[in-house]
Design a protein around this ligand. Structure first.
Ligand code: 4AD
Ligand code: MG
Length: 428
């Protein structure tokens, strides 16, 4: 059985393909069928005078998403989608599809999300998910080549990773378990074992926000490096993000074309990325007439205003302690702030990375846990890391869907994951 992506190797040969019917058209003597086999699409041409009548009749009865097996000669044809055409000699029906719900017309997005299990077959969705898969592979390659050890962190956990506000809770044999908001605390524990580690998996946040940037289940990659400070951390981030973009440009040019992505906006994504301290960012925003006071977190409109000045991702570093998580290291030069950074993607895509140097001082960390009213017992194991050989270390988390949303230029990150989980959506 041949695959459509390899038709270029078979010009002049007769091949057999299996796949789903996308469209058909035809008139008295010549007809066409476009078949998708999951590796590509190809147009088949049927000439009535050269076929058995049953084949011609079968063509007339085909509807969208019927499965067929076709045999024919491969011909190069610049006008055909994919560059090749199949001169069909035989065609048989594998299975029928009647009244396929998604028609080649505009559907509302709620309807499409209700039919996500079918919507996956559409060309824009295929292209977006292909870029996602390439970026995922690039993530593993980047860290593998740099001798990071992959650590799988638990999804069910007793310690709150980020904030108490956005937790999914579940009963765990009479105890409370949380769905992981992050794998960070666990990769921190693996650092003394392997020095450079990362985890990459689904994370969960009960975000009650219905924005284009929030999912309740999303994938996050989180490296953690021993003896790295906040500057080392930002350098790793800019090299990492540049590599992911480069890989998408290298291996997904077809997909980015289908997505109508202006790739000139990606080609120059290379280190170094501009850096603004939080304090500078607030001044800059005030200068632009935005209402922001030192001490408040930056919102989506602030992020968009900051990135508008650049065509590269921008680091905003050293935020006020009060708006960031308990584990971030106090800035010795200004204890109102912590040694952290957010990386903001260009073109208004907003925060794709949150990272920080970690608080490695036992007493300060304990004080932060108490200030945040976190249950101290659940962190005794985490505090052990500061009791037994504490060390400077830093890491970050990159959100896969937000990153792929920016690279593909899609508006809403719900299309960047095969089956999105949103506040109002648990099915399909
Ligand atoms: O900034 P966050 O909350 O950082 C952490 O979780 C740290 N523990 C990471 C670390 O230092 N190891 O989340 C990191 C990234 C964000 O920048 C964003 O890209 C993504 O995760 N993210 C979300 N993506 C989709 N939907 C959501 N609800 C997201 N929340 C965070
Ligand atoms: Mg963040």
């Amino acid at each position: 059985m041949a695959e459509i992506r390899e038709l270029g190797k078979h010009v002049g040969d007769t091949v057999t393909l299996q796949g789903w019917v996308e469209t058909t058209r035809g008139h008295g003597k010549v007809a066409f069928v476009v078949v998708r086999d999951g590796t590509g699409i190809v147009q088949g041409v049927l000439v009535r005078s050269q076929l058995e009548e049953a084949t011609w009749e079968l063509h007339g009865s085909l509807t969208q998403e019927c499965v067929v097996e076709v045999t024919g000669e491969v011909r190069a044809d610049d006008r055909a989608p994919g560059g090749y055409e199949l001169g069909i000699q035989e065609m048989t029906l594998v299975s029928r599809a009647e009244d396929y719900p998604i028609q080649p017309k505009e559907h509302g997005v709620e309807f499409l999300l209700d039919h996500r299990h079918l919507w996956l077959r559409s060309s824009l969705q295929r292209a977006g998910l292909k870029v996602r898969a390439e970026v995922q592979q690039a993530i593993h390659d980047f860290f593998y080549r740099r001798d990071f050890v992959r650590i799988d962190t638990p999804i069910l956990t007793g310690s709150i990773g980020e904030h108490a506000g956005t937790l999914f809770e579940t009963d765990y044999f009479g105890d409370k378990a949380y769905m992981a908001q992050t794998g960070q605390l666990y990769v921190e524990a693996a650092c003394p074992a392997f020095r450079k580690v990362y985890c990459f998996g689904p994370t969960f946040r009960a975000e009650k926000s219905k924005t284009r940037r929030h999912l309740t289940e999303f994938w996050m990659v989180e490296p953690e490096v021993a003896f790295a400070d906040s500057d080392d951390n930002m350098r790793l981030q800019e090299e990492f993000v540049s590599y992911l973009v480069e890989r998408a440009l290298e291996n997904c040019s077809e997909e980015l074309k289908i997505l109508e992505r202006d790739t000139s906006k990606l080609e120059h994504i290379k280190p170094p990325f501009p850096r603004l301290s939080y304090t500078e960012a607030v001044e800059r925003l005030k200068g632009k007439g935005l209402e922001v006071e030192w001490g408040a977190d930056l919102g989506a409109p602030d992020e968009a205003a900051l990135t508008a000045d650049y065509d590269l991702p921008v680091f905003v570093y050293n935020y006020p302690k009060a708006v960031k998580a308990f584990y971030m290291k106090e800035n010795p030069a200004d204890p109102r702030t912590v040694l952290c950074d957010d990386l903001l993607a260009p073109e208004g895509y907003g925060e794709i990375i949150g990272g920080s140097q970690r608080e490695d001082d036992l007493d300060r960390l304990l004080a932060r846990i108490r200030e945040e009213d976190l249950p101290e017992e659940a962190y005794s194991w985490y505090l052990d890391l500061r009791r037994y050989g504490t060390f400077p270390h830093s890491g970050f988390g990159l959100g896969l869907e937000r990153t792929v949303g920016w690279i593909t230029g899609r508006h809403h990150i719900r299309e960047m994951i095969p089956f999105p989980r949103l506040m109002n959506r648990l099915n399909p």
